[in-house]
Design a protein around this ligand. Structure first.
Ligand code: AMP
Length: 505
């Protein structure tokens, strides 16, 4: 048995390789045979470079079918894929390239100049370009080089414990770390999700997420590959394009922001969702309001799940059973989730504490950080997720926040999510983020940053007054700042770092 993840996907291809594997927005069709041959050519090209075993292939490329093939070809050839957010600028790219020392870097043609400089300085031997528009097949282009290689390739033998990918964490709290994921981590997780979400014959995935993140790559794209299902592949999320393709799809995955945007589009109706079977939400907290509005508009219940770069998916609301608002569901089969006190004791039902997890999906460690890795695991092998939450009596997990976001004010623990939920309920409030800022007396002072609904006439004093009636005084924000929009990263996560910088004085 070859534990190479590509072998698993290959075993799931439909019998007729001429079936459509991927359809692009501009109606180009790729068959499963195209996938098999395309990845063979790229794998042959990579192999011809005589790279050392375990070499990293870093890619900062726009989303395209070929970018997905590059990932699969890297895995197929036994190398380690390292996807990088397209938003990263040169100082960030320098950090990742110096840290991971990839043997190959693939970038957009427009960035070739500066990426090459950084890469060569860091000792990378090969830089290629990959263009989302299939244009510019110049000599540096990966595709123009790959095209001359054979279209068959014997998938390289890998052990389950060998690395398949390194995902740099989004670094919303501190320096980004490279999470090392093995073939077994990814294979075991997608097998579990395939079953849990009841993937079936005839499913069509509408893919609108980026490919440099776990959600778009290891949950969405892997899901369709594991089911031998066609993907309708959008280069980016855009509500009207999604709405246009929904009637021919059955499965859609998104971050909460996507659902908020869909709901604000009048063309998003029950009718366009007629053939849909499953809408998955994750990567950031889903607001109760979005969950309810979605149900009202479409008749569908969003399925919220929870995971992270280090662990792939951990919990999921059930496909068939009760999907509980405000929770991310129970642990997936094979995954253990527990909530602990700071002394390591397991919390009682509904008690808030640190979320720790164990399972075949949990990563091998942080790239070249053995000490940091050791710190993040308990003596009995649980990974400390850094998230804070509680388990209810039915084993459903709720996430209260990141432990780094926990505010300690005058010796009291304040969980931002609790305050945010109360603020969000106030008439006139659209959404909020609560942070701790340094305070001479209290250590930290609770501070709220609030976005109002259009036309609302709420101000700082009004919000503070309203909260005083509802929550303990130590939880009431000392200051409330009203702004027009919360800063979010591409995955919809609110960047509390930025808010702390802006309002922390
Ligand atoms: P990433 O590694 O970029 O996927 O980020 C993982 C983090 O996103 C987790 O540790 C959580 O803090 C957060 N996250 C993921 N899914 C959810 C969810 N459904 N609800 C709330 N937070 C989530």
């Amino acid at each position: 048995m070859n534990a190479n993840l590509y072998s698993l996907f290959r075993s799931r291809f439909p019998q007729d390789l001429d079936d459509c594997w991927l359809e692009t927005e501009d109606a180009q069709y790729y068959s499963w045979r195209d996938l098999e041959r395309g990845t063979a050519k790229i794998a042959n090209l990579l192999t011809s470079l005589n790279l050392p075993a375990g070499s990293r292939i870093a890619a900062q490329v726009e989303k395209s079918p070929e970018a997905l093939m590059l990932y699969l070809a890297t895995v197929r050839a036994g190398f380690v894929y390292l996807p990088l957010n397209t938003a990263y600028q040169s100082s960030e790219m320098r950090y990742f390239i110096e840290d991971a020392s990839p043997a190959v870097v693939v970038c957009s043609p427009k960035n070739f100049g500066w990426v090459t400089q950084i890469a060569f300085k860091a000792g990378t031997q090969h830089v290629f370009t990959l263009d989302e528009a299939h244009a510019g097949r110049n000599s540096g282009s990966l595709l123009s080089r790959a095209v001359h290689h054979a279209d068959t390739f014997e998938t390289v033998q890998r052990e389950g414990d060998d690395l398949a990918a390194i995902l740099y964490t989004s670094g919303t709290t501190g320096r980004s770390k490279g999470a090392m994921l093995t073939h077994h981590n990814l294979a075991s997780n997608i097998r579990v999700l395939h079953e849990a979400w009841e993937w079936r014959t005839g499913d069509v995935l509408l893919h609108a997420l980026p490919l440099f993140h776990i959600h778009g790559l290891f949950v969405a794209a892997h899901g369709a590959l594991m089911n031998g299902s066609k993907m309708i592949f959008l280069n980016k999320f855009d509500s009207s394009t999604v709405i246009r393709h929904l009637p021919r799809s059955t499965v859609f995955m998104g971050v909460p922001t996507y659902y908020v945007r869909l709901l604000s589009d009048p063309a998003f109706t029950r009718d366009v969702c007629q053939h849909m079977r499953l809408f998955v939400s994750g990567s950031a907290p889903l607001l109760a309001e979005t969950f309810s509005a979605f149900m009202q508009t479409t008749g569908h219940t969003l399925l919220e799940r929870y995971g992270m770069s280090e662990t792939a998916m951990l919990t999921s609301n059930p496909y068939a059973g009760k999907r509980k608002l405000g929770t991310v569901g129970p642990a997936l089969p094979g995954v253990s989730v527990r909530v602990t006190r700071s002394d390591g004791h397991v919390c009682a039902v509904d008690e808030i504490g640190d979320i720790q997890v164990r399972g075949p999906n949990v990563f091998k460690g942080y790239w070249q950080m053995p000490e940091k890795t050791a710190e993040e695991f308990t003596a009995d092998g649980y990974f400390k997720t850094g998230d804070v939450g509680q388990l209810d009596s039915e084993g459903y997990l709720s996430i209260v926040g990141r432990s780094k976001d926990l505010i300690i004010s005058g010796g009291y623990n304040v969980y931002p999510k609790e305050i945010e939920s109360v603020i969000d309920e106030l008439p006139g409030v659209l959404e909020s983020a609560v942070i701790g800022v340094p305070h001479a007396d209290f250590g930290e002072a609770v501070t709220a940053v609030v976005v109002l609904r259009p036309g609302a006439e709420l101000n700082e004093a009004g919000i503070i007054h309203a909260l005083k009636n509802q929550i303990a005084n130590f939880k009431v924000p000392k200051r409330v700042h009203v702004i027009s929009e919360l800063p979010r990263n591409t995955m919809g996560k609110v960047q509390k770092n930025n808010l702390r910088d802006q309002f922390g004085k």
